[in-house]
Design a protein around this ligand. Structure first.
Ligand code: SAH
Length: 342
């Protein structure tokens, strides 16, 4: 099949590209700011509604660009105020975004892929397989849409939805660029969560935008981690640790280690000891113990030993907090995103 050269999506043009395109159409450069403000400020995708543009320009936009934004398929609200959005994505497939109001923060949890290739044994998304990569603008648009179209306040963004952001690296970088320049979020309020891709972690360390990094460890014992996260079989834990140390040193920053506590699997005193060894200097890391959200059909249960496990780490002088993820009643919690209705 011959592939027709596609029109770009409205969201794909940079400010300078807009100016160049407008110039070619005989339009003044200030129209670029007006268009950008509709697109990124209001997440409005229909040129016909861009009321401060002349009709001729609105038709040109319609003719020359793809104009689809995110199409809402379902919106659920949890008892705790968390909201989950299921979207039809502009470039195909469906994915979810979660909005979490908590202690004065308003965090958006974005998806970076449609599905996920990692197959983490305990995760609902992991059971789906990877359908496709999201583009950078499709990631940033999840935030712009909640902020501009619904409109919900947004103070922080975490890349902890569906997918592995470091296996969609160029789109991640694009999304970070869009979130910081077009949506106006500080890089320090963006957290990228990863299963651990050493090369990409090193590149993140050198990024001009100083984003926060979280690493999903789940077991500091290589064999056990490999069983929980099949992808980890190809990536030695030591290599990931070296990359995290590099990140800490480049940034003079701490990283977060995420550790989902699974009953009888990774919650023994020996597991805590191994974790303590992993966190030893020069790695600068705080530990975030995550309460497991059960996934229908999977054999894992939340640990009964959360407090004892935490105490063991605290006694050793580690920083360890417990996170009960929010929105679990509407399957919006960590690892529950599977595009199903609750
Ligand atoms: N792929 C990235 C980001 C997505 S998941 C990563 O692995 O970090 C965000 C976090 O939720 C990860 O730490 C993931 O392991 C965790 N998680 C997955 N399933 C979970 C579940 N059922 N309950 C609690 N946390 C889960």
């Amino acid at each position: 099949m011959v592939r027709v050269t596609e029109r770009p999506a409205l969201w794909e043009l940079s400010p300078t590209q807009w100016e160049a395109w407008l110039k070619a159409q005989g339009q003044p450069p200030y129209r670029a700011r007006q268009i950008e403000s509709w697109l990124w400020g209001r997440a409005l995708s229909d040129p016909r509604q861009m009321s401060n543009l002349p009709a001729s320009l609105r038709s040109l936009l319609e003719e020359n660009f793809r104009t689809q934004g995110l199409k809402l398929l379902h919106r659920h609200t949890s008892r705790d105020g968390t909201q989950k959005f299921l979207w039809q994505m502009p470039e195909g497939g469906t994915t979810e975004t979660v909005w979490i109001p908590h202690r004065g923060r308003h965090t958006v949890c974005v998806s970076s892929q449609v599905g996920c290739s990692l197959n983490c044994r305990f995760c609902a998304t992991g059971q789906l397989g990877l359908e496709r990569q999201l583009k950078g603008y499709e990631i940033a648009l999840q935030v712009a849409t909640l902020k501009g179209a619904y409109p919900l306040p947004v103070s922080h963004v975490v890349f902890m939805g569906m997918g592995e952001p470091l296996l969609n690296y160029s789109a991640l970088i694009e999304a970070i660029e869009l979130l910081t320049t077009r949506i106006g979020l500080s890089a320090r309020r963006l957290t990228v969560s990863t299963v651990g891709v050493p090369k990409a972690i090193r590149r993140l360390a050198e990024l001009p935008q100083r984003i926060e990094l979280a690493f999903s460890l789940h077991s500091a014992l290589s064999e056990k981690r490999r069983e929980l996260i099949p992808l980890a079989a190809h990536i030695p834990l030591d290599d990931i640790r070296e990359a995290l140390i590099y990140f800490c040193q480049q940034r003079r920053e701490w990283v977060t280690l995420e550790y989902v506590l699974l009953d009888g699997i990774n919650d023994s005193p020996e597991d805590a000891e191994a974790l303590r060894d992993f966190v030893a200097p020069p790695l600068l890391a705080k530990v975030n113990l995550i309460v497991y959200n059960p996934v229908p059909g999977l054999p894992f249960r939340p640990s009964q030993r959360i407090e004892a496990f935490q105490q063991q780490l605290l006694r050793r002088g580690l920083l360890a907090t417990v996170r009960q993820s929010r929105g679990a009643d509407i399957a919006a919690g960590c690892g529950q995103l599977a595009r199903q209705k609750p």
